[in-house]
Write a protein that binds this ligand. Structure first.
Ligand SMILES: C[C@@](O)(CCOP(=O)(O)OP(=O)(O)O)CC(=O)O
Ligand SMILES: [Mg+2]
Length: 323
C-alpha cells in the first residue's frame, strides 16, 4: 500500500506540479554534481510562438551581426535571477514590443543538460508592435505573417516545426496546459514516472531511500552526458535497478517543469513520463524484477490516479522533448 505522500506526489506531477527536489537517487559517477549556474555552466533559452486567430505568426527581424535581417520567433537566453516566464516576457517585450502571457509549454529541446530551450505557446496582452523606427540591438522590427507564407530568410528553419506544433495544439490540445512551477532546484535533474502496464494495471517505479518517492536522477555536465543528452541520466538510473537488455524503454515526454531562478537556484527539474516493457511479446503480466533494495514497483490501485495515468500513457499526453 503506497503512502499518502506518494499518491499525492504522483497526483501533483500528473497535474503539472510536484514536490521540490530533496535528493537524487542516481548521479553521474565520481564527484557529486556541481550546482548549476546560468551563463556559467548552463544556458537556458526561451522562445515564444504567437499564432493569431487569423493563423498569422509573430516574427522578429534579427539585428545581430551574424544573422542581421533574418526572421525568427521571439527568443533569447535567460538571465540570472529571472524565472522562465519572466525571461519569456522580457525577450518578447525587447524583440517585439509586446506584453504577453504564456499559455502552455509546447516543447522542450535539449542538447545535453547544459543547453535547454523552453518553447511556449503565448498570447499578446498589450504593448505596441515594434516597427523599424524602433530598431535597436535587440531586433530590427516585429511583424505578423500568414503561417502559410513566412518571410525569408529565416535565421534557422527549426522554427517551422515549432510553428506547426503550435497550430496542431490550437487544433487539438494533445496535453493539458503546462507551465513552469516556481520551485528552487540546484541541479539539472529529472523526476521520473517510470511505468509498467499490463492490461489495465499500471505499476510505477518508486525510490525507497528516505520516504517512498518518485525517483530523481541528476544530469551530469561531463562530456559523456552532454553528448548523450538528458536521456543518459534516465538510462543510468534504470540500469542501476533493472536489467535493460530485455526491456524496451521509451521516454514519452514532459509532465511538468520546476525552476525558480531567483536566489541563485538555477537548476531545473523536468518531470518525465517513461515506459518500460518487455522486448519479447510474451504474456508478461508482472513488472520486471528489480535489483537491490533502493526501488520497488508500486501497483497504482487508487482508481482516479490509475485512470489519469493510463489516459496520459495511451494518449501520449505529454510535452514533447526534442521532437
Ligand atoms: C539561441 C537560439 O535559440 C535563439 C535565441 O538566442 P538569441 O541569439 O536570440 O539570444 P538573445 O540575444 O538573448 O535574444 C538560436 C539557436 O541557435 O538555438
Ligand atoms: Mg533573441
Amino acid at each position: 500500500m503506497a503512502s499518502e505522500g506518494l499518491t499525492g506526489a504522483l497526483a501533483a506531477v500528473l497535474a503539472g506540479q510536484g514536490p521540490s527536489v530533496q535528493s537524487c537517487d542516481s548521479a553521474p559517477a565520481g564527484e557529486p554534481p556541481v550546482p548549476v549556474r546560468l551563463r556559467k555552466n548552463v544556458c537556458y533559452v526561451v522562445l515564444a510562438v504567437f499564432l493569431s486567430e487569423q493563423d498569422e505568426v509573430l516574427l522578429i527581424q534579427e539585428a545581430k551581426r551574424e544573422c542581421r535581417g533574418s526572421w525568427y520567433l521571439p527568443a533569447g537566453r535567460m538571465e540570472p535571477g529571472e524565472t522562465i516566464v519572466e525571461a519569456l516576457q522580457r525577450e518578447v517585450k525587447e524583440e517585439a514590443g509586446l506584453h504577453c502571457e504564456p499559455e502552455t509549454l509546447l516543447s522542450v529541446e535539449e542538447r545535453g543538460p547544459s543547453w535547454v530551450r523552453f518553447v511556449f505557446l503565448a498570447r499578446p496582452t498589450g504593448g505596441i508592435l515594434k516597427t523599424s523606427k524602433e530598431a535597436d540591438a535587440e531586433s530590427l522590427q516585429a511583424a505578423w505573417y500568414p503561417r502559410s507564407s513566412l518571410p525569408t530568410p529565416l535565421r534557422a528553419h527549426d522554427i517551422l516545426h515549432l510553428v506547426e506544433l503550435a497550430a496542431q495544439y490550437r487544433q487539438q490540445a494533445r496535453h493539458p496546459l503546462i507551465l513552469p512551477q516556481e520551485l528552487p532546484c540546484d541541479l539539472v535533474c529529472q523526476r521520473l514516472v517510470v511505468t509498467f502496464t499490463s492490461a489495465q494495471t499500471v505499476w510505477v517505479l518508486v525510490g525507497t531511500v528516505g520516504i517512498p518517492h518518485l525517483p530523481v536522477t541528476a544530469c551530469g555536465l561531463d562530456p559523456v552526458e552532454q553528448r548523450g543528452g538528458m536521456k543518459m541520466a534516465i538510462l543510468r538510473l534504470l540500469q542501476e535497478c533493472l536489467t535493460l537488455h530485455h526491456l524496451v524503454v521509451e521516454i514519452k515526454g514532459l509532465l511538468g517543469l520546476q525552476h525558480l531562478g531567483r536566489d541563485h537556484s538555477d537548476g531545473i527539474c523536468l518531470n518525465v513520463l517513461v515506459t518500460v516493457a518487455f522486448r519479447s511479446p510474451g504474456i508478461q503480466d508482472e513488472p520486471p524484477k528489480i535489483r537491490g533494495e533502493n526501488f520497488f514497483w508500486w501497483k497504482v490501485t487508487e482508481e482516479d490516479l490509475q485512470s489519469q495515468l493510463l489516459k496520459r500513457l495511451q494518449g501520449s499526453s505529454v510535452v514533447p522533448v526534442n521532437r
